[in-house]
Design a protein. Sequence first.
Length: 149
Amino acid sequence: MVAQGRAKAGQTDQQPMAMSQPDNRLAGDTEADEEVPADGSLRMPQAAAAMVPPVLAEQLAEIFRALSDPTRVRLVSALSVGELAVWELTELLGITQAAVSHQLRFLRFLKLVKARKVGKSTLYSLCDRHVMSLFAEAHEHVIEGAEDA
């Protein structure tokens, strides 16, 4: 999956390439002194610079595929409040321990969640603030879309 994409490109666990900051203007927005040709060619260099390389695109797609499953989304949302044990997640989601463990393994593989042993229990939490931000932004996007409908 993700590791395979790195191996194909001859990369190791290096830091991903830095992306340029996105232009937050909507398509079609122009500043008064900027004339945009009818074919939009003025934005081509910006778009080319903003595009992620194929290997990074595959890694990003893996993250979005992981979050395309409703059970995993619910796990991430539950973990957004902090550490929880498997039994707590089982109870919250109303699914079997085996199902919760399977989904958590998948999320751990992609470094979206991490585990910590405490006695006989394993506590899970989101890996870092990036995961929380990604989830929060997607959640806000969905909520705002529902309000606009």
